[in-house]
Design a protein around this ligand. Structure first.
Ligand code: GCV
Length: 706
């Protein structure tokens, strides 16, 4: 039988489903309080806000909500910003307006001439748009709108996606199809996706996007492409999203016909100044540049015996007259440095603290290696108080099962944000570093490497949408709880039924620990197969650079396993504040989740639960597999709450995840067993394949590795 696939559309709508409210209690309340919309002002942003509100309300309430002409009516929803609100209303909102910044919003029930109305207000129109999305969220998640008084504003200024999209349409580490940007059809063809992308981002407060890969191509800075970038910027502007580009450091040579890109060269400086002028002429609100320099083969100032400060400041001077910024990445490690890779970024950057221009922000990955299922927080966060530091999280799942594994990443983000750097005593959390409150910085930022592509459902896995969503929510407020975010997302995306929300939320919350367990338990890291990073490859040892080989990271031998980063080893622990260094240094106080990150321990080392290390590792791998099995059990009971297509998609993906979790367990345990020489403990399933079989598997066309 042929059936019409309506749920493909459901996938596309992300968390902006606006499905009819099922519970009549809420429908009654909402319908009685919302009789129409009255919008003050006529900017494109106010128009977008009004349209979204109409779209959302007509879906949620299953009735047409009109834009009123008469503000006097009762139960009208008023939208307006400071410039358009009348004096009486401004007086009414004075206290709240004083509490918010330019992007904040107020949702308040007020009385005008004894008539109750709700007002969604901001200092600016963009604040109103954010307010609208949050108002809709109240209804989407079945919250009361009785006597509302919500005052909310983002805690971080730059909340940005980094697209690792190439000009040829491929996406580095992208697992959701190809790039969203159709460079060939731009600037004249504006895909509806661009608008829906902007809506989705605005709905969670994301206000910036870097369109192209940090492994950059200079062509993006030529007039031919800038015209296309300008077209995208125009689409995103009403939604408060600024466009940024990556700047290839050697662009003056490649597209500027200069002989050098030396930041001390007057012609080079001038070339960048002129380039900035040209960009701002087209895009007056252009955000600035993101730069990966002298990292993994990318050109940079060190090619000319200059340093990161020289490079970043030159670009910063070029964009400063226009209010632009430079996000300079600290993701560096050198093929000439034999030192522990985890120490290198800190060693290179910390001496520059305080030397960058004030429109430079240094972008630091959450951990010192590279987006592993679990890493201790990056020591740089506690060590550059005079420099604004922004967080770089990865939303795309390069090391976490691509778009096949269900892993709820806000759990990981929260763990990092809550980590205490102790840089100014207890309570100096990473969140306080990046929101600027700890060290008093004005520019603050957080970036997420996007997991978005051309797939109908945007992210490849329906649940990977939650990672995009959760990133945005935490970017707005890095103190939010990942559990609250998961619950909101589930209610908005699928259903408000408690019998669905509660178990599936538990499943999401458990999923991050599950992936740690079946891939890299107890502090193991970077033992994925190399290049594409798909599947296990702890045996890989033949790559030219030592730190590209998994054996560099696990250091398993007959004496034990783990990377000694304590003071008896690489002393990476010394890069943390003394309180933390001490904790990590001592094997007795080091959290077990980070044990093998910091210590090389004998196979019979006794864990806290009394098990010898070998048994502990094996049991963790098994636990990971079992957790995926329990996720399957949970999901299999959810058929009644979800449309058939999404239900089946997730079911099939969980089946693959289970299969791959077993693959990870068996391959890693067989490999490590060669060194431990011990039997698998009771409770761990016996592998059905040999180590040789696992080692023979090759994936030349694994996605994302272009
Ligand atoms: C964009 C890792 C990834 C690379 C990525 C790099 C980076 O090494 O594997 O694909 O390059 O990080 O963040 O620059």
């Amino acid at each position: 039988m042929v059936s019409i696939n309506l749920s493909a559309q459901a996938d596309y709508k992300l968390w902006l489903q606006y499905a009819k409210v099922q519970n009549t209690k809420w429908t009654t309340e909402y319908q009685s309080k919302i009789k129409g919309i009255f919008a003050l002002g006529n900017s494109e942003t106010i128009q977008a806000a009004t349209k979204e509100l109409q779209l959302g309300l007509s879906g949620l309430l299953d009735t047409k909500i009109t834009v009123q002409q008469n503000i006097e009516d009762e139960n009208i929803l008023i939208l307006g910003s400071k410039s358009s609100l009348n004096e009486e209303t401004l007086k009414n909102l004075k206290n709240e307006l004083n509490q918010i910044n330019d992007e904040g919003y107020i949702i308040k029930t007020i009385s005008i001439k004894n008539r109750k109305k709700m007002i969604i207000a901001g200092k600016t129109d963009i604040g109103v748009l954010y307010g609208v999305y949050n108002f809709l969220r109240l209804l989407q998640t079945n919250k009361s709108i009785e006597n509302l008084k919500i005052v909310d504003a983002p805690k971080i200024n730059i909340r940005i996606l980094n697209h690792w999209d190439n000009l040829n349409g491929t996406v580095e580490r992208g697992y959701a199809g190809s790039s969203l940007w159709n460079w060939q059809k731009l600037p004249d063809f504006i895909d509806q996706r661009y608008i829906d992308y902007a809506r989705a981002n605005a709905s969670i407060g994301i206000n910036g996007t870097v369109l192209n890969n940090v492994n950059a191509n200079a062509l993006i800075l030529t007039p031919q492409y800038l015209e296309k970038v300008e077209a995208l910027a125009k689409v995103f502007r009403p939604y408060g999203i600024k466009v940024y580009l990556t700047a290839r450091f050697s662009a003056p040579i490649e597209i500027g016909k200069l002989k050098t890109a030396d930041p001390y060269d007057a012609n080079v400086k001038n070339w960048w100044k002129e380039k900035a002028k040209e960009i701002y002429k087209r895009i007056p609100d252009f955000g600035g540049f993101l730069v990966k320099a002298n990292s993994e083969g990318q050109p940079g100032p060190q090619n000319y015996n200059r340093n990161h400060v020289d490079g970043a400041n030159m670009l910063a001077d070029a964009v400063a007259p226009f209010g632009g910024i430079v996000m300079w990445r600290a993701f560096v490690y050198s093929e000439h440095d034999v030192n522990d890779r985890a120490k290198q970024a800190y060693s290179e950057f910390v001496p520059y603290d305080g030397q960058f221009r004030n429109n430079v922000i240094v972008q630091v990955k959450n951990g010192a290696i590279d987006f592993q299922p679990r890493e201790p927080f990056h020591p740089i966060f506690g060590a550059m108080p005079k420099t604004p530091l922004m967080m770089e999280f990865q939303i795309t799942q390069e090391y976490l099962g691509f778009s096949t594994h269900l892993v709820y990443l806000p759990k990981l983000y929260q763990e990092v944000l809550e980590s205490d750097t102790f840089s100014k005593g207890k309570g100096s959390t990473v969140a306080k570093v990046i929101d600027g409150s700890l060290n008093n910085h004005k520019i603050t930022g957080i970036a997420g490497v996007a997991n978005i592509g051309s797939d109908i459902n945007w992210t490849g896995h329906p649940f990977a949408q939650a990672n995009w969503y959760g990133f945005g929510r935490l970017a707005w407020d890095p103190y939010l709880d990942s559990e609250t975010i998961a619950e909101d997302w589930l209610r908005m995306t699928f259903s408000n039924d408690e019998n669905f929300v509660n178990p599936v939320k538990e499943m999401m919350l458990q999923s991050r620990e599950a992936v740690v367990n079946y891939m890299t338990p107890l502090g193991l890291h970077h033992i994925m197969d190399t290049g594409h990073h798909y599947g296990p490859g702890p045996w890989v040892s033949n790559l030219s650079r030592p730190e590209w080989n998994p054996i560099y990271y696990h250091k398993a031998d007959k004496n034990g396993i783990g990377f000694d980063r304590s003071k008896t080893g690489s002393n990476a622990t010394a890069q943390y504040a003394p309180e933390i260094a001490k904790l990590f240094d001592d094997v007795k106080t080091c959290p077990e989740k980070d044990l093998l990150w910091f210590h090389h321990l004998p196979w019979d080392y006794k864990l806290k639960n009394g098990q010898p290390l070998w048994n502990g590792i094996a049991l963790k791998y098994q636990e990971g597999v079992d957790e995926v099995a329990s996720m399957q059990t949970t999901w299999n009971r959810m058929g009644n709450y979800v449309d058939e297509t999404r239900f089946k998609e997730v079911q099939m993906l969980l089946n693959i995840q289970h299969k791959e979790a077993k693959w990870w367990r068996d391959a890693c345990l067989l490999y490590f067993q060669q060194f431990s020489g011990k039997e698998l403990p009771k409770g761990v399933e016996k592998p059905t394949q040999t180590l040789e079989y696992f080692e023979s598997l090759k994936f030349p066309f694994a996605p994302g590795n272009n």
